[in-house]
Design a protein around this ligand. Structure first.
Ligand SMILES: N[C@@H](CCC(=O)N[C@@H](CS)C(=O)NCC(=O)O)C(=O)O
Length: 230
């Protein structure tokens, strides 16, 4: 495939931002070279390619670097037109962008906060996660995927729910994704996770449990130290 020449992805194995880009490349059949980064000891290449944030993912296409996972997804969708991720209709497109933004900026952030906080802050974050999930449940109702019959833009952005949220729940002993309360999301998770191309890019659960338990401890420790300094 001529246009897929010179595609590189700088990533980090458990990053939900990276994984959504990997899924998009897989779904579209774009061959690429994957370069694993150590985000705790960033390479000169990463800092050169993403000098503003120094974060992964970075997609490099024909030598040009693109950062920010959602921007990358849109770029991929415009360059490799097969298996479209965003709808063609302008209104439906705007709606898909709206829900992707909601999943990334609300749900994902609340769930992370719920994992990495204690006490009232934790309770508030769990409540906000559940309320955000209720909105996603309503949006999904009746459809197999957020994108309709096929996996689309919103599915890729909300995909972290299917494999990271259960890990957060186990570590922080919390119940956000109650299947009786969220039947549509529960069904969606099942279809999404079991899609052969999605499944291939899911990090091993035991490795995620170990990684996020450690991150949570580190973040809570820093918060305790800051609180005792006040
Ligand atoms: N808004 C960015 C977030 C990317 C991000 O937070 N990446 C993390 C890995 S999960 C990272 O590179 N962290 C290193 C750092 O922030 O210094 C996106 O959507 O791509």
């Amino acid at each position: 495939m001529a246009e897929s020449q010179g595609v590189k992805l700088l990533g980090f194995w458990v990053s939900p931002y990276v994984i959504r880009v990997k899924w998009a490349l897989k779904l579209k059949g774009v061959e690429h070279e994957y370069i694993e980064e150590d985000i705790f000891n960033k390479s000169p290449l990463l800092l050169e390619l993403n000098p503003v944030h120094g974060q992964v993912p970075v997609l490099v296409h024909d030598g040009k670097p693109i950062s920010e996972s959602i921007v990358i997804l849109e770029y991929i969708d415009q360059v490799w037109k097969q298996i479209p991720l965003l709808p063609q209709d302008p209104f439906e497109r705007a709606k898909a962008r709206f829900w992707a933004k909601f999943a990334a900026e609300k749900l994902q952030q609340y769930a992370w906060k719920a994992l990495c906080s204690r006490g009232e802050e934790h309770e508030r974050a769990v409540k906000s996660s559940i309320e955000a999930l209720e909105k996603m449940e309503e949006e999904l109702n009746g459809k197999k995927y957020f994108g309709g019959d096929k996996i689309g833009f919103v599915d890729l952005v909300a995909g972290f729910l299917s494999y990271q949220l259960p890990v957060y729940e186990e570590i922080a002993c919390m119940n956000i994704l109650d299947s009786s309360k969220f039947p549509a999301i529960t069904k969606w998770i099942d279809s999404f996770r079991n899609h052969p191309l999605i499944e291939q890019e899911l990090p091993p659960k035991d490795k995620m449990l170990a990684y996020f338990s450690k991150r949570r401890k580190e973040i809570l420790l820093v918060e305790n130290q800051n609180a005792s300094r006040k």
